[in-house]
Design a protein around this ligand. Sequence first.
Ligand code: ADP
Length: 461
Amino acid sequence: SGTVSSVTQILTKLQKECATPLPVLRHVADSMGNDMRAGLAVDGASDLKMILSYVDTLPTGNEKGLFYALDLGGTNFRVLRVQLGGIDQRVIATEAQQVSIPQDLMFGTSEELFDFIASGLAKFAEKESGEFQLLQGRKRELGFTFSFPVKQTSISSGILIKWTKGFAVSGTSGKDVVACLNEAMQRQGLQMQVSALVNDAVGTLAGAKYWDNDVMVAVILGTGTNACYVERIDAIPKMPGQKSQSGTTIINTEWGAFSTGLPLTEFDREMDAESINPGEQIFEKTISGMYLGEIVRRVLLKMDEAGSLFGSSMPDKLQTPFSLRTPHICAIQQDTSNNLDEIGSILFNEAGVEAKTEARQIVLEVCDTIAKRGGRLAGAGIVGILHKMEDDMKGLIFGKRTVVAMDGGLYENYPQYRNYLQDAVTELLGPALSENIVIEHSKDGSGIGAALLAAANSKYK
Ligand code: ADP
């Protein structure tokens, strides 16, 4: 019938527009490299901000002593302490705690928010048991992971550009967030100071490199996405005259803002236009966990409107933005039963629609199309970074084992996405080079990574 064929037409068109054959992947990888160079040359010259992290001392394994980490990135903050025993003993003990942030503090003053955090930290620090030993005469040192846009000014200072993710705290914009925290800790009478301010991707890289010295890149694929990597100081024109003992530093690419050469559809354009940040974060909107489910929902809604995909139901929920989330489309892809019953119940529960077996099959193909494009483009981005690094460090990337540390709920939980990402990397690099490149999950490395960076950048060295 006519309706069936219009559903099929939409699917065929979607698959065609989302296709990522090798030439598309190559173009994306090359563009990533070019945009990285442009961002390293001049601030503001590229979609990629290529932010200097001021992290040029990475953990080696020799770090010793007691260090703290604080992770503030959403509606919770996490505190952690770790006792480091040096190259042989490594991590002797860790303890962590999570505290949720009361809603009203997200709209209060800067002092109120930082006082709340410092008081949580102080309570946590009080409960230090015998396994944790501060060296005599020292203040406790803290690595501070702050996942909001910051203009970093040194390893232990950075100016808040703006609050995001629902925070609207007054009096912090333009201020040094490290000073805000240090002052709050002082008000609490807590003997602790921030030694490192780190982005979560940078923390992941540091945490992974502590265990495996071949780690050179870290990628976060969660609600959002970001990547950072080890760069040579003299390959950063916008940072003239700077020195680092290692000759290298970590660059935070903020690659979610990348946009060149991506295969996009009407569904992506409409989602972007209706988003709170139209025209921004296009790569993030194509590959990250916040958006994959929403893209699928938009496709299914159009299929239902134009071709009655779900028959005569009243798809109120299907019309609600973000009703279908990435964990749902992931669960849809795990259904291997004959009748696709699990898909049927997810669609019923989450989208309010009844789907016959043929419709379930179509839904599965839509999910696969969107996850495949996302995973493969993320893989192309990684290869873009690796090629750029190899160009400036001949033989130091492809000539040896090189590890890309991955973290984030999307990468961790979505096996098809992960496989598509790996496929794209292997296709782009070819069999010989890809043998040396290891894409590896580094679970929750960023918390301990921040503590390790506090150790590696200790004020007492
Ligand atoms: P965040 O990125 O918010 O700091 P995470 O790294 O834990 O935190 O990522 C959470 C995100 O991971 C969710 O927003 C979701 O998009 C994605 N995710 C979580 N669980 C799954 C799942 N089972 N399948 C696919 N994606 C998932």
